[in-house]
Write a protein of this length. Sequence first.
Length: 288
Amino acid sequence: MRDDHFPLSVVVGIDGSRSALDAALWAVDEAVSRDIPLRLVYAIAPDDTHDSDPDDAARKLAAAEVAVRYAFTVVESTDKPVKIEVEILQDPPVRALLDASRNAAMICVGSIGLKHFQDGRIGSTAAALASAAHCPVAIVRGHDPLKAAQRWVAVEVDAPSAGDAALRLGLDEARLRGAPLRVLTTWQSRFTDIHDNDAVTDGNRLAKAALERGLEQWRKRYPDLDIRAVAVHGNALSYLTKNGDSIQLLVVGHDRGHGIRELVGAPGCAALHGANVSVLICESQNVL
């Protein structure tokens, strides 16, 4: 539950990795657009053993101070009007960030932490936050504003209803980033071995037509956005595999369940390999 007396911020998990710096830079516009601080959080997992080395603890603290100081400098160098806060916590990183998510407008983390540097792998902290945080979670894959300016924001929906938190967040993200929006709906055949191209084409056409009707109200509310409907047989990963180079951000609802696990697990890593598509997971009770 959120503490209304605690000021909101956009929280970034810092661990000394390049991926965390990308997350901090990506998050700057999120904080500026909301007029709230950008909070850089470094969590040091306590050593629970009785014979812990004081020198080792001092080294960890020194490394944390260097990492947050460098991240602060990198963010400050953007010259954007963002207030920066830093915090070093003695807590396991996942628990520290989950606690921070109770009073955050958004949590931003790199896709690969310092301990998970293998190419194409999502870090364990990012995966844990994706399933349990109390606010939207951005898993950031790279930060290149010049390339991102030419790429879409995509949002996956079942139906574009007025209460669809993921769609509202996707619209706001597209506007914030000056990007076209692709609203994606997926459908599955009742038959497990569908190979009829005509059937797939007809199914896509019907799903897209229903989606277009639902988007009419949103086009009126966001007349400045290029909003297009996309219908795909299968799942979002198949769409990302084909269009990853054209997408900078995918927004999905927290209630996608198995789909979220695929996105942050091995299938998503394979689909997004080399594409630098960030994923924003929307927790519907805490979208600001």
